[in-house]
Design a protein around this ligand. Structure first.
Ligand code: DQA
Length: 148
């Protein structure tokens, strides 16, 4: 079983970026934690980061060939991207949305996610642990609901 992890814009500078909001952990460190977790769960994992909406849409389309589940932090595109939402809906791949910060505690423009209505589930505010929980939850779901 293959899982794709997508990091949206500005997550490549995690660790340097607004540490009071996002902490000091880097994207590479998150990927390394997820790689270990994936090994324990017995699943294959691939990582992708882009600052570009179109590249994320293309990656989701390509995932229709061979990827069983997606963990995505769409970052700022969460609140603006109909294109990413449509790609998730079109792909029909169970997708868990993750946010490091609790977006509901923050500015009002972050309270609305265009992705959540097409996601399997959403985790927000648990930092790096959120990614691990998302991966476990997603794999649990896929094990219970194998693709026909
Ligand atoms: C974020 C929250 C978004 O509102 C923001 O634009 C991000 C990161 C998070 O992980 O908390 O870039 O998705």
């Amino acid at each position: 079983m293959k899982i794709l992890v997508i990091h949206g814009p500005n997550l490549n500078v995690l660790g340097k970026r607004e540490q009071e909001v996002y902490g000091s952990v880097t994207m590479e460190e998150i990927n390394s934690v997820l790689k270990n977790e994936a090994r324990g769960l017995g699943v294959e994992i691939e990582f992708f980061q882009s600052n570009s909406e179109g590249e994320i849409v293309t990656k989701i389309q390509e995932a229709m060939e061979g990827v069983e589940g997606i963990v995505i932090n769409p970052a700022a595109y969460t609140h603006t991207s109909i294109a990413i939402r449509d790609a998730v809906a079109a792909a029909g791949i169970p997708t868990v949305e993750v946010h490091i910060s609790n977006v509901f505690k923050r500015e009002e423009f972050r309270h609305k996610s265009l992705i959540s209505p097409v996601a399997l589930g959403v985790i927000s505010g648990l930092g790096v642990d959120g990614y691990v929980l998302a991966l476990r939850g997603l794999v649990g779901h896929l094990n219970k609901n194998p693709r026909p």
